[in-house]
Write a protein that binds this ligand. Structure first.
Ligand code: BG6
Length: 485
């Protein structure tokens, strides 16, 4: 069992406390931490939204949601009771100027205080301003901003500046929940906790890198939001770019959060901009049409939205990092909805051996490949050439050296939000994005969006249940490569 670093008693206020994120992720995550006895006695969880609700009614809805989102064996009556005892409700409309008296009466003066904005990003600046005007910001107050921070570079800069007027950077926690996933953190352990890989982790030995985040779900009820957003902003700007940074960054000198962020920002700054002349060759936009996923017929995206639309539900990008370590090594990124199955992985494809001593009889040599599976079946596979056993000759084959993280003694994989919430409470921002990181990521993404626009690059249809449009295969095929899955 991992060593637990305790947290001080706290009050966490969840703005957007009746919303989807709070119900599906934040409250179940806090429940799990309470179940493991990691929430100090008097800590409180205060839900807040525009709705007028009593604490009793809010507790009832929280209990109902725990029953909906947690397995029956996870619901322990004593823990549910203790957890619900921590829950309070205070009505606050972040868009108006009514005083926060109800909320303030619940807050304890000297505890760690977390203001979690699970709301639309356009309210972030105002929320920070109101918190300052109401005098609820103490030295021990932290503010959490959900992704996306803005819709483009300009709005991200505005939000950062607005929130930054009232909170110091060390008090601001910008969430990208991928950084809370165990396997994403394992990337750091794998790279910097072993002497084996790091010497090979560079252009002389790596042929290319693939990062795939494939989802089998469609956009469902989120089509309104999604249609204004698209896969590039929803997934690449944050999750895929963050993964790319962790794969490509230099070794930080320590696990100190500033050191890690300093290394990530260097990668972001080295990302080669994609302009109108190369956008067609380097990117693919796709949109799912009707098809079959997991044996079930599903409608096309435009059908779900209710009209024809050019929003992409799939993106593939061939990216380059212009620095000494990665010059000439393509990073292929790919994400999409309604793909054949849910799978997220990072693939490090090594170069072939310099010279083969084997002849055709022994079988072809496959270059080594390291696959880091983020979800599901979290683990790492390294493919190695081995000799087929037996005296009948000398035949080679590629075999996987498989490390499944499920073999670790910890049975349940905590949700990313459990980890991230505890890090906020501990005051450790290492797994959160700094203002300049978010802005650098938007700068690169804005460039691609502008290039799509100027080049008039339309979405390519792909059948739900496939792995995206044909052009995505061609992106690698042209380079004599193919996607791993
Ligand atoms: C969110 C996106 O950030 O990540 C969603 O807004 C996406 O569109 C989700 O479905 C994927 O997260 P996970 O943890 O299920 O891979």
């Amino acid at each position: 069992m991992a060593r637990f670093v305790p947290v001080d008693p706290f009050d966490i206020v969840i703005f957007g406390g009746t919303g989807d994120l709070a119900r599906r992720k934040l409250l179940p995550a806090l429940y799990h931490r309470d179940k493991d006895r990691q929430l100090p006695g008097e800590s409180q969880i205060i839900g807040s939204s525009r709705q007028s609700l009593t604490t009793e009614a809010y507790r009832e809805s929280v209990e109902e949601n725990l029953r909906k989102y947690l397995g029956p064996d996870e619901l322990v009556p004593d823990v549910v009771e203790r957890f619900l005892g921590r829950i309070h409700y205070a009505q606050v409309d972040l868009a108006d100027d009514r005083p926060w008296d109800e909320l303030k009466s619940l807050l304890a003066e000297h505890r760690t205080r977390v203001l979690y904005l699970a709301t639309i990003p356009s309210l972030y600046g105002n929320a920070a301003e109101r918190a300052a005007a109401e005098g609820v910001i103490t030295d021990r107050t932290r503010i959490v901003l959900e992704k996306p921070v803005g819709q483009n570079l300009e709005s991200a800069q505005e939000i950062n500046a607005h929130v930054g007027r009232y909170f110091s950077e060390s008090q601001i926690y910008r969430i990208d929940h991928y950084l809370g996933k165990e396997t994403v953190q394992n990337l750091l352990a794998l790279r910097f906790g072993n002497s084996l890989f790091e010497p090979l982790w560079q252009r002389a030995h790596v042929d290319h890198v693939q990062i795939t985040v494939a989802e089998s779900l469609g956009v469902g009820e989120r089509s309104g939001f999604y249609d204004r957003t698209g896969a590039l902003k929803d997934m690449v700007q944050n999750h895929l770019v963050q993964l790319l940074c962790l794969v490509a960054m230099e070794a930080p000198t320590s696990m100190d959060h500033e050191q890690i962020r300093d290394e990530k920002i260097k990668v972001l700054k080295a990302l080669r901009p994609i302009g109108v002349t190369d956008v067609e060759a380097l990117t693919v936009r796709g949109q799912y049409s009707a098809g079959t996923v997991d044996g079930e017929s599903v409608p096309g995206y435009a059908n779900e939205v209710g009209e024809a639309t050019d929003t992409e539900t799939f993106v593939a990008i061939k990216a380059h990092i212009d620095n000494w370590r990665w010059a000439g090594v393509p990073f292929y990124l790919r994400t999409g909805k309604r793909l054949a199955h849910k799978t997220s992985e990072v693939v490090i494809q090594f170069r072939p051996v310099a010279h083969s001593i084997f002849d055709e009889e022994t079988g072809p040599l496959s270059a080594n490949r390291l696959v880091i599976r983020l979800q599901p079946n979290e683990g790492v596979t390294l493919s190695l050439m081995t000799k087929d056993p037996g005296p009948g000759g000398f035949h080679l084959r590629s075999l996987p050296l498989d490390l499944s993280f499920a073999q670790h003694d910890q049975v349940r994989y905590p949700d990313a939000y459990e980890r991230l919430l505890m890090e906020v409470l501990r005051g450790n921002p290492a797994l959160f994005m700094r203002d300049d990181e978010v802005e650098a990521a938007w700068r690169w993404i804005d460039g691609i969006l502008a290039a799509w626009d100027r080049a008039g690059l339309k979405v390519n249809p792909y059948q739900a249940g496939s792995f995206g449009p044909m052009r995505s295969e061609m992106l690698l095929d042209r380079d004599g490569r193919s996607w791993h899955v």
